[in-house]
Design a binder for this molecule. Sequence first.
Ligand code: ADP
Ligand code: ADP
Ligand code: ZN
Length: 210
Amino acid sequence: MNYILMGPPGAGKGTQAKKIVEKFGIVHLSTGDMFREAKKSDEDIRKFLVSGRLVPDEIVVNMVKKRLEKDDIKKGFLLDGFPRTVNQAQELDKMLKSENIKIDAVFFIDVHFEEAVKRISGRRVCSCGASYHVNFIPPKVKGKCDVCNGELIQRSDDKENVVKDRLDVYKKQTSPLIDYYKKTGLFVNIDGLKSESEVFKEIKKYIEAK
Ligand code: ADP
Ligand code: ADP
Ligand code: ZN
């Protein structure tokens, strides 16, 4: 069971990814999470992230290649936030082909930009990995993580001045992947405007039917 999760920034990929990997016992491969970890010690990576630009393909592709060499991916994996350019998708195809690995479906969480902006601007995260929304998915105690009681913060690239750039980057560089994956027959459109649990239900139904 190997899947790709796609969608504009703020669509709910991370939120759904957590539920999917927990339910199906597969590995969550989030390039965004990997880069947020890397940016702590890598000034070049930090610059890309804070400005909302994509990290160059070569760096991303090498990082994913290394990750896919680990044994745990044999349980199955969910790619979240990768690929993000047609070139990355082609490089992924090459990697998978050489390892004889197949992707079972590409889930596209479909939300319009207006909703994406609302979701991004209210997103609050904890260093433990938990994620909330001030209005849509609020923590029990304002500003505190339900899981570890840690302080919730706003990602620096979720601030208003970067969000527009991220959506532009998505439109120009990532949205062509929709056609790329439609041509493979793997593309599954998921209505992302529904609630967190309804979106999950839809994805789960698809996985279980296969
Ligand atoms: P989002 O919540 O907007 O979907 P992510 O957490 O997936 O964001 O990614 C955060 C940032 O990490 C991106 O804006 C980009 O700078 C970098 N990044 C993550 N994945 C990729 C990728 N596949 N290619 C290039 N840059 C990436
Ligand atoms: P992505 O990984 O695609 O950038 P996230 O999973 O981090 O997106 O979700 C973005 C924000 O929207 C978060 O604050 C999250 O709590 C919230 N969110 C996620 N799914 C939904 C949903 N179905 N309805 C409303 N808000 C949601
Ligand atoms: Zn926490």
